[in-house]
Write a protein that binds this ligand. Structure first.
Ligand SMILES: [Zn+2]
Length: 228
């Protein structure tokens, strides 16, 4: 690997971590100026790094600019998925991503979302690294091999429902083939495996093999979870 690529990767890694830290500290997405100031880099360096990470879909920038819009699980724009920890609050990209915020922060949390079908308000309580039992169900509509075709579309379909009947109802109303239904506690285990190490200093985007290992460790081995 050339020195140039190494230093580019280092910048991207520092930037990604600072984006998360800014979300955690302030509850909102950082601007290019926020990042340039904090990382002691030029705005051009920040924009190029944001562009690279955006192309990998590690984060998304606002249309027409380079300010951060989303860094999964955090959303800088309002969504129906709020995560409350103490007196702070964040928006999550999806109902399932909302679990990633207390996982990353290793905190108790209250998540407020809505049933993907009927819009009924639903709450999820996280306490002592466990999710409070409930009959709510996650639905994953997009097979894994298509997740990164458009991560925003994929995330927008990772919803929570108050019943299996409402998942079926939503799929039939919107012409979406029913995907994988997961209990809340299995969704929590999945979020733990996915987000637990996201703030580690040497975290990097996982290879296909590493992602497959995570799925296998959770028993997610059927066609839906295949990478290709
Ligand atoms: Zn419902």
């Amino acid at each position: 690997m050339s020195q140039e690529v190494i230093s580019r990767n280092q910048i991207d890694n520092r930037l990604r971590r600072q984006v998360y830290q800014h979300f955690i500290d302030t509850g909102r997405a950082p601007t290019v100026l926020d990042l340039a100031t904090k990382l002691d880099l030029t705005a051009e360096d920040i924009k190029r790094s944001c562009q690279r990470l955006s192309e990998q879909q590690s984060l998304l920038v606002k249309p027409g600019g380079c300010d951060i819009w989303m860094a999964m699980p955090f959303s800088g724009a309002p969504t129906p998925h709020r995560v409350k920890i103490g007196d702070k609050e964040w928006y999550a990209v999806s109902a399932w991503d909302a679990l990633g915020i207390p996982v990353m922060m290793k905190s108790d949390a209250l998540i407020q979302t809505v049933c993907g079908d009927c819009g009924r308000p639903l709450e999820i309580e996280i306490s002592r690294n466990k999710v409070a039992e409930s009959s709510h169900l996650f639905h994953f509509a997009v097979p894994v091999r298509d997740w990164w075709d458009n991560i925003l579309y994929t995330s927008s379909t990772m919803s929570l429902f108050d019943s299996d009947a409402h998942i079926s109802n939503w799929c039939s109303k919107h012409g979406v083939e029913k995907g994988v239904v997961m209990t809340l506690s299995d969704g929590w285990k999945f979020a733990l495996a996915w987000f637990e190490d996201r703030l580690d200093p040497d975290w990097r985007w996982r290879s296909s093999g590493e992602i497959r290992e995570i799925f296998a460790s959770l028993g997610l081995t059927d066609e839906f979870w295949r990478m290709t």
